[in-house]
Design a protein around this ligand. Structure first.
Ligand SMILES: [Zn+2]
Length: 265
């Protein structure tokens, strides 16, 4: 954890410091070393939040985009169950940053517990994840909503562990290696949000710039509601041209009581 209570104040680690875990109330010790990022650790065999995973630079960097008091928020259910949300936004939505593999049952439990949850998943954990995602090039179908695409066979492009969620999952493929190619950097610096609901087997994917996603989240405008786009097929019939109305060739001659040809000039 990044924060513990020291003399009742949320405090970051300093070497040798001791504090109190804001979730379970037991003593925590500041760990400031070179192997891992500085963090507060429970003594062994702690019975604190079992959903908590060891943080990496990736987690920390993500959390630090948000105000300090939105980070590591202790959320309590009516039955007393408590967990530490990575980030809770001002509109109540929770963002969980996930790097390690997660058991599907635990994933569902977290989605049920937080309700308005958005996952941000490190898309570089396994080597094959990003190349698989790139196979999507040219296959995503445009919709009537800008930056929203429909995808046939999402299982061919995304990790199976993140395909049957109840909530949106955002893939972050940036990783920590330096990327020299500016086009490649642009693709990896964008975020890709896979929505839960399918349309006849097609998945909905939104493409955000990293900055716009953070801006939406910080301003409280980030919604987890799935929009309803319409596919714009490349083969859609073009609008029918209105038929030219031809001038009538005959008219009714009342005197002759019959149709007679019009004279042309
Ligand atoms: Zn604890």
């Amino acid at each position: 954890m990044k924060f513990a209570n020291v003399c009742g104040k949320r405090t970051e680690t300093t070497k040798g410091a001791r504090g109190v875990c804001p979730c379970c109330g037991s003593e925590v010790i500041a760990r400031c070393g070179t192997k891992r990022i500085n963090h507060w650790a429970h003594k062994k065999d702690s019975d604190c939040d079992h959903w908590w995973e060891p943080e990496t630079e990736w987690h920390r960097a993500w959390k630090e985009h948000f105000p300090a008091d939105w980070q590591e928020v202790v959320c309590k259910a009516d039955d007393g169950e408590k967990h530490i949300a990575d980030v809770q936004l001002s509109n109540g939505n929770v963002i969980e940053f996930q790097r390690s593999p997660i058991d599907p049952e635990e994933r569902t439990s977290r989605e049920n517990f937080y309700k308005n949850l958005i996952w941000v998943v490190d898309g570089t954990r396994l080597k094959r994840d990003y190349p698989r995602f790139r196979k999507l090039d040219g296959k995503a179908r445009a919709t009537n909503l800008e930056a929203y695409f429909l995808i046939d066979f999402p299982e061919e492009y995304f990790p199976s562990a993140w395909l049957d969620n109840k909530v949106p999952v955002i893939f972050d493929f940036l990783g920590t290696d330096s990327i020299d190619d500016p086009d490649e950097f642009k693709i990896r610096n964008n975020l890709y949000c896979l929505f839960p609901q399918r349309y006849q087997g097609k998945a909905l994917l939104a493409n955000y710039s990293r900055e716009s996603f953070i801006e939406l989240a910080v301003s409280g405008k980030l919604s987890i509601t799935q929009p309803k786009p319409q596919e714009q097929s490349a083969n859609a019939p073009t609008q029918k041209k209105p038929k030219k109305r031809r001038a009538p060739t005959h008219y009714y001659d009342r005197r002759k009581k019959k149709f007679v040809p019009r004279k042309r000039f």
